[in-house]
Design a protein around this ligand. Structure first.
Ligand code: F6P
Length: 541
């Protein structure tokens, strides 16, 4: 029996029929207190969710849904280290990565907090030697280039956070990211770099991911082409992993290995040693401030009543559109260029977590689960896809994220940026009626084309400035939103079996592509034809 058979869901369905046609223009006109009442502030992070197609009753009913699925108990279980990642037999304890030293959090009866802080201290010591120039490469030169080799959670998190906090970075260090197995990614990253000034962080939870190991081997060859002596590897490679054996097998000195634990999911691992490149870039003090922001939001999520709980509210609003308005996607639109990788980061976090069609009992779900998450930093998107947001046939709920202060206050750029943020949410919500256009004297034939129906929902998130603390708050906010939605849809949010099939087939196909004779065993006609074309094209048929 799925969630759709419960009383809360059925009541929401009936309620949806009653309110689906409500217009934001009207409900704002009817209630002058709406903006204030449908807003929430937590330690400087402000959420205005008044431009959503909800009434107070909608919220009450959504809260009933959260109660019916026992969301509070699920939150408790996650923080307590219960093995909620059932299909992999693990806890999901990423919140322990940002817990203060004084806390005690157990996994399998062991307090993990001292281990977490020991690794943070190890990271601090290492990043300080790089930042100060004390760490010398094989020829005695300081490191100027740091290249993180990893993919998925071992790439997107540190890449996003390095960019988000670039204003806090040590500018004489060039931090780069190589993820794609496409050789062009590596080739372009090392263009013009000298191996004796370059350090590679091979970042892989499992240390078995083919893309990462392929890039790491190429990096090792590139380094040895220039420095020749194998002893150079110890000075130019460090590893971030849970897999000591494989790190050793690769040839990286385990003295230069930063560990983490199987209770940290890849896409939730930024606060672990996976964030090493970030700490090298912004320094330990800023990194710890970011952890402080994460922890603050963790505590808010863990303790605030559901009706005043920011991640819970955002989760329920997402459910409202995804499951009742049949919205298929959700846009994240940061009005801060430093957050340009934020949508891609949460694309993985959300879609790998809740892109599931099987519920926890093993049955097919009867309701829609995770949305397609996408987005881009403003105002670029306005000149690309906002046409569809304003006048398309699809409903795209969107989160706008903006800041009162810029890290680069240049002339009136920031006022202009934020004017666009405010204008877009206003236009999406309230539109422009045909009557107004007629009153303005717009030619009758053009009126339908120039009408904006409005009633397109948005959340607005604002903070004073994009600091490390605020970034931590924002990331934890979305992490917990995803978790809460997974609880409601009754899916296992912390596994990712859906990535396995393609990965395994690629191994077999690679074998065939690299063998002298094409056997085509187990290959369908279409794929066999494409492979034949590829073989011919590359000159190996
Ligand atoms: O895409 C599958 C996945 O397992 C992600 O969940 C993970 O972030 C990524 O691959 C990289 O994994 P690893 O850190 O083990 O190399």
């Amino acid at each position: 029996m799925g969630i759709e058979t419960g009383a809360a869901w059925r009541e929401l369905r009936t309620h949806y029929e009653q309110v689906a046609e409500l217009q934001l223009t009207q409900i704002f006109a009817d209630d002058p207190r709406r903006a204030k009442e449908f807003s929430l502030e937590f330690q400087g992070l402000f959420l205005d969710y008044s431009k959503n197609r909800i009434t107070r009753e909608s919220l009450d009913l959504l809260m009933n849904l959260a109660d019916e699925v026992q969301l509070s108990a699920a939150i408790y279980d996650m923080f307590a280290g219960k093995k909620i990642n059932v299909t992999e037999g693990r806890a999901a304890l990423h919140t322990a990565l940002r817990a203060p030293k004084s806390s005690r959090i157990e996994s399998d009866g062991v307090d993990v907090v001292p281990q977490v802080h020991a690794v943070l201290d190890q990271m601090e010591e290492f990043s300080q030697t790089i930042r100060s120039g004390q760490w010398q490469g094989f020829t005695g030169k300081p490191i100027r280039n740091v290249i993180n080799i990893g993919i998925g959670g071992s790439d997107l998190g540190p890449m996003m956070a390095c960019e988000a906090l670039r204003a806090y970075s040590q500018r004489n260090l060039n931090i780069q990211f190589v993820a794609n197995v496409d050789g062009s990614d590596f080739a372009e990253a090392v263009q013009g770099l000298h191996a004796d000034e370059t350090l590679f962080i091979v970042c892989s939870k499992t240390f078995s991911t083919d893309e990462t190991l392929t890039n790491a081997r190429t990096a090792r060859s590139w380094l040895l082409e220039q420095l020749v002596d194998k002893d150079a590897i110890a000075k130019h490679f460090v590893a971030v992993s849970t897999n000591t054996e494989e790190v050793q097998a690769f040839g990286i000195d385990t003295q230069n290995m930063f560990g983490f634990w199987d209770w940290v999911g890849g896409r939730y691992s930024l606060c672990s040693s996976v964030g090493l490149a970030v700490m090298v870039s912004i320094g330990a003090t800023n990194f710890r401030a970011m952890l402080g922001g994460f922890h603050a939001m963790d505590e808010h999520f863990r303790t605030a009543p559901l009706a005043q709980n920011m991640p819970v509210l955002m989760a329920l609003l997402g459910i409202w559109y995804n499951n009742f308005f049949a919205a298929e996607t959700h846009a994240i639109l940061p009005y801060d260029n430093y957050l340009k990788h934020f949508p891609a980061y949460f694309q993985q976090a959300d879609m790998e977590s809740n892109g599931k069609c099987i519920d926890k009992s093993g049955a097919e779900v009867a309701v829609q689960t995770g949305p397609i998450v996408w987005g881009q930093a403003g105002t670029n998107g306005q000149h690309a896809f906002y046409q569809l947001l304003h006048q398309g046939t699809k409903l795209v709920p969107a989160d706008f994220i903006g800041f009162a202060q810029s890290h680069n206050p240049t002339c009136d750029h920031h006022d202009k940026l934020m004017a666009n943020f405010f204008a877009q949410t206003q236009a999406l919500a309230f539109g422009k009626s045909s009557q107004t256009l007629a009153d303005e004297g717009v030619e009758a034939a053009l009126i339908p084309h120039r009408t904006f129906t409005g009633n397109r929902p948005t959340n607005s998130l604002m903070a004073e400035k994009l600091t490390p603390f605020v970034l931590g708050q924002l990331i934890a906010l979305y992490e917990h939103k995803i978790f809460a939605q997974g609880v409601i849809w009754d899916v296992f949010s912390f596994d990712q079996w859906g990535v396995d099939l393609g990965k395994n087939l690629a191994v077999e196909i690679l074998h065939q592509l690299q063998s002298d004779e094409a056997s085509n065993a187990n290959i369908d006609a279409s794929t066999a034809q494409l492979m034949a074309r590829y073989r011919k094209g590359r000159g190996a048929s």
